[in-house]
Design a protein around this ligand. Structure first.
Ligand SMILES: [Zn+2]
Length: 69
C-alpha cells in the first residue's frame, strides 16, 4: 500500500495513527486494539469490519506506552 495514502489514514474511532501490517494486510489501531482489513489494496475503515487484536499482537506491536490520555 502507498505510503502517502497510509499517512492520511486514521482510525475512525480514536482518530489515531494506524500501523500497516503488510503480511496480514491489515491496519492496526493499538489504542482500540482493532485490525482493519485491507481488501484489494483498499483499506476498510469500518469498526464493524475490524477484528479485535489479541493480546500477543498488541504486545508485539506496542511501542511501550499506549492508552494514555
Ligand atoms: Zn483507534
Amino acid at each position: 500500500m502507498d505510503k502517502e495514502l497510509l499517512a492520511m489514514l486514521v482510525c475512525p474511532l480514536c482518530k489515531g495513527k494506524l500501523k500497516y501490517r503488510r503480511e496480514a494486510e491489515e491496519l492496526h489501531c493499538l489504542f482500540d486494539g482493532l485490525a482493519y482489513p485491507v481488501r484489494d489494496g483498499i483499506p476498510v475503515m469500518l469498526p464493524e469490519e475490524a477484528r479485535a487484536l489479541d493480546v500477543d499482537e498488541k504486545l508485539h506491536e506496542s511501542p511501550g506506552r499506549k492508552g494514555e490520555a
